[in-house]
Ligand binder design. Structure first.
Ligand code: CAA
Ligand code: NAI
Length: 697
């Protein structure tokens, strides 16, 4: 086995970290670095040191798997003390993604050079922690408080070019970055350049020391939505200490804050999602070596709400896409919407105009299905949600598409196996269920049909990744995983209105928990007429929602739904007319309205959803509880800091949820949908957890 940390001696010695795949700073790496820096210090033949890594990236951070265990010495700080005491210049040779602890190592070097494609960042906030090894103190000293705080609070990386401009790196080198760093170190020696230690730099802190109020402005500009989150508030404090306290005192406080966050429930939940996200696209019976098909060109059928967004995803990833519609009018309308969406992003500064042009040029429209799909390696169908129509389209695709094309449907509910049977090639068919707006939402439910071929599934996963989605593989069932669970959440929502709650009470229970909106706000956004049409067709009823539609209240699009939206506003205002309508319905049903507290409302919404998740797991429709968590976090706005429904359920305790569900079901006239599911019963009775299921498997 290669050394995890190798010291290559020489006048300019090179220390190489080799811990694939991302050179995470696990204990053995930290110990190796300590030993290598000690040897470099003691070796009189060494005059300067270059620090770099093997493989695809400079260290991409701490080893996150170690966060659940007690800290193992040496800590990074011990390594940093050695580095900062060095009389020999240390130059970091950066490439790939120096992130988190990896960037903190680089910040402790005297100088930094980077390959042009390097992306540098402190993503700790995304794991519910903060940069615990000097990042909050050294970065403000190097690039200024106003530039450091946004990096720390967003967790997003910056480019090498930006890092050069703000002083985070000293030089960008073309070609071999280690060679570039060695040449840089030789120049330092020749010029007898000073050892630049970030901890000693004071210039950029001075304005804040003189006028601490300046910091409030920086905070106001940098802080995004932080409601409910512990890490951003702590990070803001830690950066404040950079100009309020001496370095070592500040760092002691930072370490305490870091440990508190690391041990807290929020970070545990966010770490769970980090790993679950990577696991959700892994299919145990499909070897990782399965070769995806080559995707050079895509076709999307339907230029409506979803087809437009899906086409944008392909174009954004540089994949040429043909959009197919039934009429020129529908096509023009769809293309115009796409263009408007891009233009809005350009106006907001999210996209350069020439980049927009490049993307728009990758899109072609046609009303000729045969011409549109002839060249496509993948076809995504996004026509109306109608089985007859979908079968007709797939029947045609079978005759027109290339023999090895992947044929995907974006259906929200329909049976993918039945759609596949409309072709003579069901192994090529699967579901690729995007979420609205498709160009924004990260989740992609990949629906594996009974006959879907392994390489077709592997292709959908690879394409999903390429277009920036988080793929989660699921099985065939009505509504797949997300919408089936969403439906379970809705069962009690309307009943609670009749019992005494108002829409804002029900939605408030979810927004308080961290969802961006509740079921009624979401209904207004999607359009109440959509569900109404489905109910009319199936003979189902939803008394309040139906009455609203009958009164012309379709939701945001008509300015009125469960709420009113005044003057084109998209934020809901409670409406006394709706309250009247609800109270009258209660009277009609002979229900004496009562006060429902937030806890009751929350449990009656969320526990049935968790229960349905358990059924889905039991049926094998989802492979792992973590997959369900990923689906809810990335597709339905479940607050990431609570880890998704199944992780959250384990935290609440399954026996409590079982007992509450039994009560809820009994009160709802023994509704079987609400009865605790067999898996939930089994786990609750045996003191088990959903997370434990994975370990037992
Ligand atoms: N610790 C442990 N494992 C890690 C890891 C880390 N920091 N980063 C990535 N991995 C693992 C992944 O789980 C994955 O494992 P599997 O192959 O078994 O699924 C593997 O490495 C490859 O990762 P990706 O699939 O994500 O590869 P990618 O090329 O798409 O992305 C990356 C690479 C940009 C580095 C991405 O993995 C990433 O963002 N990693 C996390 C970086 C991070 O958050 N660093 C900060 C850690 S916290 C810290 O450093 C705190 C501190 O104070 C010291
Ligand atoms: P939409 O009504 O906005 O768009 C459908 C488009 O398909 C229309 O422009 C129509 O002209 C076109 N079309 C119909 N028949 C066609 C044919 N034979 N060939 C080419 N084009 C044809 O519908 P939307 O919302 O985009 O939904 C499309 C699909 O995506 C449905 O299956 C829906 O269930 C699913 N879906 C919808 C989501 C949503 O939030 N709207 C979310 C996820 C999936």
């Amino acid at each position: 086995m290669a050394n995890i940390v190798e010291l290559r001696p020489g006048a300019v010695a090179v220390i190489v970290v080799d811990n694939p795949p991302v050179n995470a700073l696990k204990q053995a790496v930290r110990a190796g670095l300590r030993d290598a820096f000690t040897r470099a210090r003691d070796d009189a033949g060494i005059h300067a040191i270059v620090l770099t890594a093997a493989g695809r990236t400079f260290m991409a951070g701490a080893d996150i798997t170690e966060f659940d265990k007690p800290p193992q010495p040496p800590g990074l700080v011990e390594v940093f003390d050695l580095m900062e005491a060095s009389k020999k210049p240390i130059v970091a040779a950066l490439f790939g993604t120096p992130l988190g602890g990896g960037l903190e190592v680089a910040l402790t070097c005297h100088y930094r050079v980077a390959a042009p494609t390097t992306r540098l960042g402190l993503p700790e906030i995304k794991l519910g922690i903060l940069p615990g090894a000097g990042g909050t103190q050294r970065l403000p000293r190097l690039i200024g408080v106003d530039k450091a705080l946004p990096m720390i609070l967003s967790g997003d990386p910056i480019s090498a070019q930006e890092a050069l401009a703000n002083g985070l790196v000293d030089e960008i080198v073309e070609g071999d970055v280690t060679e570039g760093a060695i040449a840089f170190a030789r120049r330092l020696l020749a010029e007898k350049a000073p050892l630049k230690r970030a901890r000693d730099m004071e210039d950029k802190l001075k304005p804040y020391r003189d006028n601490p109020k300046l910091y409030d402005e920086v905070v106001a500009k940098s802080a995004k939505r932080t409601r409910g989150l512990a890490a951003p508030a702590a990070a803001i404090e830690c950066v404040r200490w950079s100009f309020e306290k001496p370095f070592d005192e500040a760092e002691r406080g930072v370490r305490e804050a870091f440990q508190k966050l690391r041990e807290g429930d929020q970070s545990k939940a966010q770490r769970h999602i980090f790993f679950a996200e990577r696991e959700a696209a892994k299919v145990p019976d499909i070897p990782a070596s399965t070769k995806p098909r080559d995707i050079k060109r895509a076709a999307v059928i339907g230029a409506g709400t979803m087809g437009g967004g899906i086409s944008m995803c392909f174009a954004n990833a540089g994949i040429p896409v043909t959009i197919i519609e039934t009429s020129q009018e529908a096509l023009d309308k769809g293309l115009a919407t796409i263009k408007r969406n891009y233009e809005n992003t350009v106006k907001r500064g999210g996209l350069k105009a020439d980049e927009m042009e490049r993307r728009v040029k990758l899109m072609t429209g046609t009303t000729d299905l045969a011409a549109g799909v002839r060249e496509a390696d993948i076809v995504v169908e996004a026509v109306f949600e109608d089985m007859g129509l979908k079968k007709e389209v797939f029947g045609k695709l079978d005759k027109l598409a290339k023999p090895d094309a992947v044929l995907a449907t974006n259906t929200s509910y329909l049976n993918v196996n039945e759609i596949g049977k409309a072709t003579a090639r069901p192994p090529s068919v699967l579901g690729m269920h995007f979420f609205s707006p498709a160009n924004v939402m990260r989740l992609l439910e990949i629906v594996r049909g009974a006959e879907t071929a392994p390489d077709v599934l592997a292709t959908a996963i690879a394409v999903g990744r390429k277009i920036g989605k988080v793929p989660a593989v699921v099985g065939v069932t009505h509504g797949f995983v997300g919408n089936r669970m969403l439906h379970a959440r809705g069962i009690e929502a309307e009943r609670m209105l009749l019992e005494g709650a108002l829409p804002q009470d029900v939605d408030g229970a979810l927004t308080e928990f961290g969802f961006p909106m509740g079921p009624f706000g979401m209904g207004d956004l999607a359009g109440l007429d959509v569900g109404w049409r489905v109910r009319k067709a199936s003979g189902a009823k939803a008394e309040i929602a139906d009455a609203l539609v009958d009164a012309g209240r379709y939701g945001q699009k008509t300015g009125k739904g469960f709420y009113k939206y005044e003057g084109g506003s998209r934020s809901p205002t409670p409406d006394p007319d709706v309250e009247k309508l609800i109270v009258e319905a209660s009277v009609r049903h002979g229900v004496k309205r009562r006060n429902l507290d937030r806890k009751e409302i929350f449990e009656r919404l969320i526990f049935p959803l968790i229960n349905e998740g358990a059924r889905i797991l039991d049926e094998g429709i989802a492979m792992r509880p973590g997959d369900i968590d990923v689906i809810w976090v990335y597709g339905y706005g479940w607050p990431v800091w609570t880890g998704g429904p199944m992780h959250y359920a384990d935290r609440v305790g399954l026996s409590y949820i079982r007992d509450r569900l039994a009560e809820i079901a009994a009160r709802a006239g023994n509704n079987p949908k609400l009865e605790p599911s067999p898996l939930l019963m089994r786990l609750a009775d045996s003191g088990g957890t959903f997370a434990g299921l994975k370990k037992a498997a």
